[in-house]
Write a protein that binds this ligand. Structure first.
Ligand code: NAI
Length: 336
């Protein structure tokens, strides 16, 4: 019965020729804390017709387990030991989601992960540039403010760069901000979050939420909570990792937005992308509103004119931080 239901949903995605849209999604780092629940959520998504799972180890078990879920997509899992495992994972992928790399421990900033994660992201995106240069890349690995510039430089070096297709996933900041004001507004309302994905570069735009009235103290406390919400999870997990389940949810939501856009829907999202919005300040990457279409970013929208003075100040404070992280990522690839 469930299979039949999915078959109907898949058929609904067909072109008029009756040929169903094929949406292969690859997950790199699929056996990790984020990778496993993310693979589960992607397997449950009827828009996904094939799931390629890759990790340095333990992927066959994850693939076998997730593969028993009765949706129509096929699942294949490869490890670094499999001949051409990464290549097979990436072949034909429409989306590549990358949560590979080490997470934070208490007391660490995201930038402390740079030394380990920079080369992981460089090598994995190098493979993407070779095997699936037209795929959309969704980069979760931290520090996102540097790993997106790294992926960009790798694609440029390979001569296949298109800014429309490389995304830093900041959706967890939006999910958190929305949840944190839930009790205040009595419903789940979207909160735009712009800037970047680390500490003071995370800027929730509470001014844009209709019906939300905050005192100065409430505004400051909520802004701080969104900026440092990840620390709450790192502390509670007490040395065993950072957000995995809420990140998987947020990552799956963003992947679904891109798949819907790929199927012809108009979708508005927020993501860390290459943009000319702060060109004058010498900044190339910023998380902002994007309209998505089948090719990725259709249009980058400016920040709303109605953002508050407080939010404008936060943007100004974030710019030097973002620039530092961007340069660190860009120079890392240039120096190799
Ligand atoms: P984890 O350690 O549980 O999983 C990471 C996985 O990556 C492991 O299974 C590991 O074997 C794999 N891996 C390492 N090197 C690899 C390579 N070269 N190729 C393929 N796989 C490789 O870590 P977790 O908790 O899943 O976090 C992953 C990353 O996501 C971290 O960098 C973390 O900081 C980041 N993160 C990002 C968030 C965001 O909002 N963008 C939120 C939470 C975490």
């Amino acid at each position: 019965m469930f299979a039949a239901r999915n078959a109907i949903k898949l058929a609904a995605r067909s072109f008029s020729t009756g040929v169903p849209l094929q949406s292969k999604v690859a997950v790199l780092g699929a056996a990790g804390g984020i990778g496993q629940p993310l693979s589960l959520l992607l397997k449950a998504n009827p828009r996904v017709t094939s799931l390629g799972l890759y990790d340095i180890a333990n992927t066959p078990g994850v693939a076998a387990d997730v593969g028993h879920i009765n949706t129509l997509s096929e699942v294949n899992g490869y490890t670094a030991k499999d001949k051409d495992g990464l290549k097979k994972t990436l072949e034909g992928a429409e989306l590549v989601v990358i949560p590979a790399g080490v997470p934070r421990k208490p007391g660490m900033t995201r930038d402390d992960l740079f030394n380990t994660n920079a080369s992981i992201v460089r090598d994995l995106t190098q493979a993407c540039a070779e095997v699936c240069p037209k795929a959309k890349l969704l980069i979760i690995s931290n520090p996102v403010n540097s790993t997106v510039p790294i992926a960009t430089e790798v694609f440029k070096k390979a001569g296949v760069y298109d800014p429309k297709r490389i995304f830093g996933v900041t959706s967890l900041d939006l999910v958190r901000a929305s949840r944190f004001i839930g009790d205040k507004v009595g419903k789940i309302a979207d909160v735009p979050v712009v800037g970047g994905h680390a500490g003071v570069t995370i800027i929730p735009l509470f001014s844009q939420v209709k019906g939300l009235e905050l005192s100065k103290e409430e505004r400051d406390a909520l802004t701080h909570r969104v900026q440092f919400g990840g620390d709450e999870v790192v502390k509670a997990k007490d040395g065993t990792g950072s957000a995995t389940l809420s990140m998987a949810y947020a990552g799956a939501r963003f992947a679904d937005s891109l798949l819907r856009a790929g199927a012809g829907e108009d979708v508005l999202e927020w993501a860390f992308i290459r943009t000319a919005l702060f060109e004058k300040e010498g900044l190339d990457f910023f998380s902002t509103y994007v309209k998505l279409d089948k090719d990725g970013v259709k249009e980058v929208l400016p920040l709303p004119e109605s953002i508050s003075e407080y939010e404008k100040e936060l943007v100004q404070k974030a710019i030097p931080e973002l620039k530092k992280s961007e340069t660190k990522g860009t120079s890392f690839v240039a120096s190799k």
